[in-house]
Design a protein around this ligand. Structure first.
Ligand code: ATP
Ligand code: MG
Length: 371
């Protein structure tokens, strides 16, 4: 934790959890430790913490109280590896990452979609640099469903909650991150910036149909913008109906900077967007709240390749960079993004998911050397 007494320090909780989490989280740590002093003017401390399905099988609990207490009392942020999902319902088990999001009030899921130097899934090179912010606490995910029946037979109804409170904080996060991203880009020469215009936020909704719920979302997020001179003077804003958002995102992904969406639309858009930029092993995310952030690669525990030293560590390494970005170390984050891009661009050292033969360690070592 940062202290008021002297040099800045950053304590990062490491929760590798299951499967390849145990390989990619140490890789991310190695990269953080390789950052030169001038890129990261803080003392780094790491705390190894337990959680996961394997831990549950041995100890009967998936997210131990000690882990939560350590995160709250001692850490500035955390990195979470991956958790295996049992194929059937296991009594007493619930996902530790879902629990972590609730307990730490990590109310937004943030997922960058970057083409960088890598070609897209379809093989062409495109300049994609988009950040999707998904509200993470409400919408259809309140899981209030019920069944009934009438003269025509059975039916089922799901409730969808949209609140001013949750919409406002998602909106605040979108506009402030648009500015934060812009500040980071300004450190790059213009030619190296993927997004060259003023920062822009796209508000996704479907208020032409859901005028009450999505109407409130849209009005509230717009209100965040209209009520803030800093945003109005420096950020552009636009709206997209979710269906045309999907269409445009696939036709013209270069047209988006920051995209903010209610939980369900955000879930769908962000998986679709990951398909635009290739392997699961490249895509990072961050679970973000007002006072805490947990970086988490989008992929799962990948039991088919676990323990073989061939998992792609880049998603986890980029997640570590997102953690730095969010805790105020933008230059250090940028250094990591650029080193990763260079390795991808050179195309020599890559894990089997990208068609190469390199190991997790070789990719990690190469990125460290570049730093
Ligand atoms: P889980 O139940 O934990 O989600 P899963 O079987 O769904 O496990 P995922 O991790 O979601 O596995 O991965 C889906 C596929 O993508 C697997 O074949 C896996 O090997 C591959 N994959 C995922 N992450 C990586 C990575 N970092 N490097 C290489 N391949 C990966
Ligand atoms: Mg999976």
């Amino acid at each position: 934790m940062s202290t008021t007494t002297g040099a800045r320090s950053l304590t990062i909780g490491l929760i590798p959890a299951d499967g390849i989490g145990r390989e990619v989280i140490p890789a991310a740590r190695q990269v953080l430790e390789a950052l030169p002093k001038d890129a990261l003017p803080a003392k780094l401390d790491f705390l190894d913490l337990d959680a996961g399905f394997e831990y549950f099988q041995k100890n009967g609990v998936a997210l131990p109280e000690e882990t939560l207490a350590a995160l709250k009392d001692k850490c500035d942020g955390a990195l979470f590896g991956a958790v295996s999902s049992p194929s059937h319902k296991v009594a007493g088990y619930s996902s530790p990452i879902v629990g972590l999001r609730k307990k730490m009030d990590l109310y937004a899921n943030v997922r960058p979609v970057i083409s960088g130097a890598a070609a897209t899934a379809s093989g062409e090179k495109r300049a994609i640099d988009m950040l999707i912010i998904r509200e993470n606490t409400e919408c259809l995910y309140i899981k209030e469903e019920e069944q009934g029946s009438d003269a025509q037979g059975k039916f089922a109804v799901a409730k969808r909650r949209i609140s001013e409170f949750a919409s406002r904080r998602a909106g605040e996060m979108a506009f402030s991150m648009a500015l934060q991203r812009d500040a980071m880009r300004q450190q790059l020469p213009l030619a190296e910036r993927t997004w060259k215009s003023r920062p822009k936020v796209t508000i996704v909704h479907k208020s032409n149909v859901l005028s009450v719920t999505d109407g409130l979302w849209r009005e509230t997020v717009r209100g965040v913008y209209n009520g803030n001179e800093l945003y109005k003077n420096n950020v552009d804003v636009e709206e997209q109906l979710v269906d045309s958002m999907v269409y445009r995102m696939f036709r013209e992904p270069e047209a988006f900077d920051v995209v903010v969406a209610p939980n369900m639309y955000g879930d769908i858009i962000s998986d679709g967007a990951a398909a635009l930029v290739g392997s699961l092993g490249l895509v990072p995310s961050a679970n973000v709240g007002d006072s805490f952030v947990v970086g988490e690669p989008v992929h799962g525990s990948a039991p088919d390749i676990a323990g073989k030293n061939i998992a792609n560590p880049i998603a986890a390494i980029r997640s570590a960079a997102m953690l730095l970005e969010r805790t105020g170390y933008g230059s250090a984050a940028l250094a990591i993004y650029r080193a990763v891009d260079k390795v991808l661009e050179a195309g020599q050292i890559k894990t089997p998911d990208l068609g190469g033969k390199s190991t997790t360690n070789e990719v990690t070592d190469t990125i460290c050397k570049l730093l």
